[in-house]
Structure formats: structure tokens, C-alpha cells
Write a protein that binds this ligand. Structure first.
Ligand SMILES: [Zn+2]
Length: 250
């Protein structure tokens, strides 16, 4: 199984709103090509480019899994013209109930239905060898994670916003949840299953006996064009979150 993080999630907010920089993960199992979440508007120009750089045609993607229907995870499904698009049934029903939830643009679901390729997932299923869906409610009613099992890697959960960051995985306490108790229960379950968690908005996390470890850093760069701040060259503003860990709160 090949697991390739196309975009690393980044934890953070800005004074002008949520950064909403979420994880996008590419999976390849045998001949099956899967994309887990499609990013938001900020990533729009980079999505086709990053797949092209990897030598992967967007036409070849077989399955797009949307962890939930917030704009920063589900915006770019239209780049994958041949993919089945999986969304949990509970999320579909919730979106159709017209919830008062600002991260869901009202025009987005009709566009998804119009593709004719939306498939509701009603129970946990294996979508490819070693790739199972996991209903992970809390953040939204129909959050769906993926559990990856293979003898060449530790059990890995692609969590989406069921786990947004290190703090949420360690404490079970979450921000922006439709149901805090459901979120806490989902997080307990993910900690039991996973050795590695790729969260919605943070570094790759490792689950140890008593702590969660973020062993890598995550960095992004804001580029101010040449001639604006510095005369001859772009000014680069580096955003870095260093490796760290946190004890699990039982
Ligand atoms: Zn979300």
C-alpha cells in the first residue's frame, strides 16, 4: 500500500478567519487509486499540479473519499472526473436537512449530486484491500475516517476532522464539534485502533502507550511578491510548527 500525503494539514487560525489548511492523502492499493479529501479553495491551484508532479493523472483516480462536507475538505472533487465519490450517509442526510453550519457552502452539495457519481456509505466497508471506512461522528454527524491495514506499515487512521490536531487526539477535547461527547468517543476509538493518525489539520501523529507524538514539523511559506516588500525578490514568511508531544488524558 502506498500512502502519500499530498498536503499536510496545518494547525492554526488567522485574524481574518480560519486558515482551513487541511490534509489531502493519496492512496494506491494494487491498481486502485484513492484520494482522501480534496482540500479547500486555498489549495485549488495546487491540487492538479501536485498530482501531475507525482505522475498521476486526475482521470485515473478511482475513488474520492470525502471525510465530511466542510469546504476545506470537500471543495475540489470536480478535479476527478472519473472517480466514485464516497460520503457517509449520515453526512448526506445532515447536509440535506440544511443545517446552520457555515463551513458548508449551500451551492456545494447540488454540484456534488450533479456529478452523478456520489455514493452514500451507510456502514463501515472495505473499499480496497486493507482500506476500511470508519464512521467517526462528532465534528459532524457523518464524519468518515479510513483505517489502513497492511503488513508493511503500522495501522494508520486517516482521521479527517474527527481528529483535527495533536491536542484533540491527546485530550479528546475538541473545538467546533456538532457533538462533543460523540467526538470524545470517536477519539477514544481511534486511539485504540491506530498506531499512526493523519489528522485533519496537523502533523502525522504517533500513538504511544501514554502520549501522542508529533515527530515531524510542518511548514508552509507565505510569499509576498517581489517589488512589494523587497525590491528584487519575493519576501518569504515561513510558518513552522515544530515536533512535540502531549500526554494522553484518560
Ligand atoms: Zn470540518
Amino acid at each position: 500500500m502506498k500512502v502519500d500525503i499530498v498536503f499536510h494539514g496545518f494547525p492554526g487560525r488567522m485574524t481574518r478567519g480560519y486558515m482551513s489548511w487541511s490534509s489531502v492523502v493519496y492512496l494506491e492499493v494494487n491498481d486502485c487509486k484513492i484520494v482522501f479529501d480534496t482540500g479547500g479553495m486555498v489549495e485549488r491551484s495546487e491540487v492538479p499540479k501536485r498530482f501531475k508532479d507525482r505522475g498521476i493523472s486526475l482521470n485515473e483516480i478511482d475513488i474520492v473519499v470525502l471525510s465530511h462536507f466542510h469546504y476545506d475538505h470537500a471543495m475540489n472533487f470536480d478535479f476527478f472526473p472519473n472517480a466514485r465519490i464516497l460520503l457517509h450517509e449520515a453526512e448526506i442526510n445532515w447536509v440535506l436537512s440544511d443545517p446552520d453550519d457555515w463551513p458548508i457552502p449551500k451551492y456545494l452539495f447540488p454540484a456534488l449530486e450533479k456529478t452523478g457519481r456520489l455514493e452514500a456509505v451507510s456502514k463501515d466497508i472495505e473499499i480496497a484491500p486493507g482500506v476500511k471506512t470508519l464512521h467517526s461522528p462528532g465534528h459532524t454527524p457523518g464524519c468518515m475516517s479510513l483505517v489502513l491495514s497492511s503488513n508493511t506499515m503500522p495501522t494508520t487512521v486517516l482521521a479527517g476532522d474527527a481528529v483535527k490536531n495533536l491536542n484533540e487526539l491527546a485530550t479528546g477535547e475538541v473545538a467546533m464539534s456538532w457533538d462533543n461527547e460523540a467526538s470524545a468517543e470517536t477519539i477514544r476509538r481511534i486511539r485504540e485502533i491506530a498506531k499512526v493518525v493523519i489528522p485533519g489539520h496537523d502533523r502525522v501523529l504517533e500513538v504511544a502507550e501514554d502520549k501522542i507524538v508529533a515527530a515531524t514539523s510542518v511548514r508552509e511559506t507565505i510569499i509576498v511578491p517581489a517589488g512589494v516588500a523587497d525590491l528584487d525578490k519575493p519576501r518569504l514568511i515561513e510558518l513552522v510548527v515544530e515536533p512535540t508531544c502531549q500526554l494522553i488524558k484518560k
